[in-house]
Design a protein around this ligand. Structure first.
Ligand code: NAP
Length: 456
């Protein structure tokens, strides 16, 4: 597996990195295994100071950390800065609350004095994607660090700069070296790491395809796993909305981070009586997004993360059209350098069109018209995925009723599916995976919820 930074705005190869040998991997496992044995005897509170340092260091180095994101995967600088700040806020949240979340919990029982302790379980192997190169790492690091599980992380091969920058921050915080180890390893080496008995947890954020692979490896070795996979989230637009405002939100929900967000609103479901007006307003909003230099604060549409991502998305759109979809807006690759894709709206997507069930990982939206609320729920739930979703309506009661009927892990009313709050749990159902990161329970993904009971 080649770890390379290729700047998606210029397609220039900026740096290549050396992969790790099997011997290097063994050394990393040894260190992590030893640290776990040490941490088992230390209280959660002993790690708080370092996680606070991590948060401060991220904020103090925000500019250079953000620029590393831009170079690795082409994110807009302004969005990269927001991501660094968000990552710092996750570290702060678990530094402040980790001890409380992991505190022993007494049980009401007639068996005798009984309680649940949250003990660490061992080394956790994490495989992470490039679309939020620090945020994804922090979701697995901050929680496991407080819980007492050393983490070993294989980051995506196209964001090695971020992988090393994150590891450096952890080192500078004064935390033990093995608390966080970046691994430049191949897919095959991951299977061996998962099989190692020091590894007791496996966390993947990535595509459905990677999920089936990693979950199988974890299952084969009876290791607990969490899978944060793809999505085909809806934004349901009810007939009572302020159309202009809703269209603005809808465009942002699809186009931020160049549409490369697991919880982007990938399918708009709009109620019949406002569908035409909404489409007109949506096109006007899409037209406002301008591709350009990610470092320029006036640029509103980033390039995709790689040439491969651009080619794949274009093929998906062409295939959708071949199978009957209509391009309402955009389509195709703009005539400029960089891995951009034109913001695109597709309609007329029938159930037998492969696009109907596919995740488009870029600025391409699907537009569906619903007869009424029940029909909107039916379309929303006709998906193999079940990650997040949004409903836009002035009527909170009506929207809340609908939210309860949507088969996903998260539903947001009058907002995009949020990633900005560490206290809100994140995760999905169906082929979007299982388990939750973030929130008060995210820290318990890989702990031994051990019962201790003093028999009467
Ligand atoms: P990806 O191809 O699955 O890659 C994600 C990570 O998995 C990378 O580190 C990748 O390494 C590794 N990987 C892929 N196949 C593997 C295999 N067979 N064995 C071991 N490791 C493997 O996904 P992506 O295209 O980078 O990311 C986009 C996907 O992630 C989308 O589907 C998106 O919806 C999803 N996502 C989900 C969440 C969530 O929280 N639910 C958040 C963000 C993204 P290499 O780079 O070396 O191949």
């Amino acid at each position: 597996m080649a770890y390379v930074t290729t700047y998606p705005y210029t397609n220039e190869v900026l740096k290549e990195y050396k992969s790790m040998s099997d011997e290097d991997v063994q050394k990393a496992l040894d260190k992590a295994g030893k640290l776990y044995q040490e941490w088992k005897n230390k209280p959660v509170a002993s790690r708080k100071y370092y996680l606070e340092n991590v948060a401060d260091l991220m904020l103090n180095n925000c500019d250079s950390l953000a620029k590393t994101i831009v170079k690795d995967m082409g994110k807009l600088y302004t969005e990269a800065v927001a991501e660094v700040k968000l990552s710092a806020s996750i570290a702060k949240y678990y530094a402040e609350n980790g001890e409380k979340f992991l505190a022993p919990k007494p049980l009401l029982t007639s068996a005798g004095n009984s309680w649940i302790e949250n003990n660490p379980v061992g080394v956790v192997m994490c495989v992470e994607p490039w679309n939020f190169p620090y945020y994804q790492l922090m979701r697995v690091f901050a929680t496991n660090f407080m819980a007492g599980n050393p983490v070993m992380v294989k980051h995506a091969s196209n964001c090695p700069g971020c992988a090393l920058a994150f590891e450096k921050i952890i080192k500078e915080s004064g935390a033990p070296e093995a608390a966080y180890q970046n691994l430049f390893v191949s897919h095959e080496q991951i299977a061996d790491i998962i099989a190692d008995k020091r590894v007791q947890g496996v966390a993947l954020t990535g595509s459905e395809k990677a999920g089936t692979h990693i979950a199988a490896e974890a299952g084969k070795n009876l290791k607990k796993s969490t899978m944060e996979l793809g999505g085909n989230d809806v934004m349901v637009v009810l007939d009572d909305v302020d159309i202009k405002k809703a269209a603005k939100l809808a465009a942002y929900a699809r186009l931020w981070n160049a549409g490369q967000v697991c919880v982007s609103s990938k399918r708009y479901i709009v109620e019949q009586s406002i569908a035409d007006k909404f489409m007109t307003a949506l096109k006007a909003e899409f037209a406002k997004y301008q591709p350009g230099d990610p470092m320029d604060e006036n640029t509103t549409l980033a390039p995709l993360s790689s040439k491969g991502a651009q080619t794949k998305l274009d093929q998906q759109v062409q295939n959708a059209v071949k199978n009957g979809a209509k391009i309402e807006y955009g389509g195709g690759i703009p005539d400029m350098h960089g891995d951009f894709y034109n913001p695109t709206i597709l309609s007329n997507i029938s159930k037998d069109n492969p696009a109907y069930y596919e995740e488009f990982f870029g600025p391409v939206a699907q537009f569906y018209v619903a007869k009424d609320d029940a029909d909107a729920v039916r379309i929303a739930n006709d998906s193999n995925y079940g990650l997040g979703g949004s409903i836009v309506s002035k009527n909170h009661e009506r929207a809340s009723k609908m939210a309860s009927k949507i088969d996903t892990g998260m539903v947001f009313i009058n907002g995009i599916t949020q990633v900005a709050y560490p206290e809100l749990p994140f995760g999905g159902i169906k082929r979007s995976g299982y388990g939750r990161e973030l929130g008060p329970d995210g820290i318990k993904s890989f702990v031994n919820q051990k019962l201790i009971s003093i028999t009467k």
